[in-house]
Design a protein around this ligand. Structure first.
Ligand SMILES: [Zn+2]
Length: 454
């Protein structure tokens, strides 16, 4: 990885409940972006799939910074309406032409082999081989990414240029893979906060050499865990590094009692491309995470897009299935399938960049900051305004914050702190930033003009 984990907490500074707020202001985004990019670079060559040693190796690398609990779910295990499949591993694969020259080599790109290809070793004609070849005519120099999880088959993916250049003749085909009863592997990490209520951070780890989908989500989740771990947190944070779809189904099936503790959640996927930030709401549509995400993006002064829930996409489909209906949204940049490089060899180390990763991380931290610091306050002086000038609040507050919104924030917080409006409600209604509202509440709490409940 090369780069050490930097310390976001300079020596001598204590850690408080509000630390995450300070973190959003002090974290070195440049270092964080480079660190995530380095991790992506290290994970890029590994051949991952829904099961197998590629996921194990990936979790091992992730686990260096954050010791993970690694779970092995046996093939054949029933998880709701699904069954954990056989485990797939691959050692080598190639196609040789009649002169014995390797023309397609898995060692050069693991996208060359259709994921879950059964073993094959024989000589065949071009016509027969072509039934097992896949390319992208519209992008003739890119290799597509394909899998055959639920039908036992085999195949190769290659560029369309290469496919159309194949000459008549016989070809030697080898896929040295195994498909047998084994396990599906996933990783889990819990950071304990004050409350047993949880924030779920879920990211899929089953794609081979593809950077945005989803080494970007993996790197961001790991970096997030690095940053949050030393903090005194209000919520507990559960990180899941899982194969897409079947991983979340398996986790939900085996953790029904834990799932009810999930009060907020984010699926992280595709967070490193140059596109604008997007947020897909949970099925509930008005969960606190949905409102926190909208608040942060609307005040970011950058382009963004917010989508309502639809029942296709990533693991939010399972978390938001009606029997769970968890408040889990999706933080991404360009949505999956909407960028040309998606599921092709062009989703590589040039598509994702440290600056986009860092930008996504910052927005995620800002959303978590809202969740960590949101509260219901009640004014202790609700009959007419308290006299703030007498308490010296206006002047000292303005000097400290240097922000003309600061006095407005005091008035908004005093007026709406009736026990029914949260600080996020007040931020939404006033048009002020959440931080300005939170800061005003802290000043008023100091002056014993408010009481707070989480
Ligand atoms: Zn994908």
């Amino acid at each position: 990885m090369g780069r050490a984990i930097y310390d976001p907490h300079p020596a001598g500074q204590g850690i408080s409940v509000r630390e995450i707020s300070r973190l959003t202001q002090t974290v070195s985004l440049e270092d964080a972006g480079l660190w995530m990019y380095d991790l992506i670079t290290e994970l890029y060559p590994i051949c991952r799939s829904m099961t197998g040693d590629g996921v194990r190796r990936t979790l091992e690398i992730i686990g260096r910074a954050n010791p993970l609990q690694v779970h092995e779910v046996p093939s054949g295990t029933s998880v709701f309406d699904w069954t954990v499949p056989k485990e797939w591993n691959i050692r080598d694969a190639f196609i040789k032409d009649s002169r014995g020259k390797k023309i397609v080599d898995w060692a050069h790109s693991n996208l060359h082999v259709v994921g879950y290809s059964v073993p094959v070793r024989r000589v065949m004609s071009l016509a027969e081989l072509k039934k097992h070849l896949f390319s992208l005519p519209g992008r003739p120099d890119w290799i597509p990414y394909r899998t055959s999880y639920f039908k036992e088959d085999w195949g190769f993916c290659l560029s369309h240029e290469q496919l159309t250049g194949l000459e008549e003749g016989s070809y030697e085909v080898c896929i040295d893979s195994s498909l047998h009863d084994g396990h599906m592997t996933y990783g889990e990490l819990l950071l304990k906060g004050e409350s047993s209520d949880e924030v779920l951070i879920s990211t899929h780890v089953c794609h081979p050499s593809l950077c945005n989908d989803n080494l970007s989500g993996i790197a961001m989740a790991v970096q997030l865990a690095n940053l949050l771990r030393p903090l005194h947190l209000r919520y507990s944070y559960r990180f899941l590094f899982i194969p897409a779809t079947l991983g979340s189904i398996a986790w939900l099936s085996m953790n029904r009692e834990r799932a009810v503790r999930v009060k907020h959640g984010l699926v992280l996927a595709g967070v490193g491309d140059p596109g604008k930030t997007t947020y897909k709401k949970s099925r509930r549509g008005d969960a606190e995470i949905d409102r926190a995400a909208c608040h942060v993006l609307e005040r970011s002064r950058e382009a963004f897009e917010i989508f309502d829930f639809v029942p296709y996409g990533y693991d939010e489909r399972q978390y938001c299935s009606p029997g769970f209906n968890l408040p889990v949204g999706v933080l991404a940049r360009t949505p999956h399938g909407k960028y040309p490089e998606y599921h092709t060899s062009a989703d590589n180390l040039s598509l994702v960049q440290p600056t986009f990763l860092a930008n996504s991380l910052f927005k995620c931290l800002s959303m978590l900051n809202v969740l960590e610091n949101n509260a219901f306050c009640t004014s202790k002086n609700p009959q007419c305004e308290p006299q703030l000038g007498r308490r010296g609040i206006f002047r000292s507050f303005s000097e400290r914050v240097g922000n003309p919104d600061a006095e407005m924030a005091l008035l908004w917080v005093l007026n709406y702190s009736d026990g029914d409006h949260s600080l996020l409600d007040i931020a939404e209604r006033s048009g002020l930033t959440f931080d300005a509202v939170r800061h005003a509440a802290d000043v008023l709490l100091d002056q014993d003009l408010l009481s707070e409940r989480g």
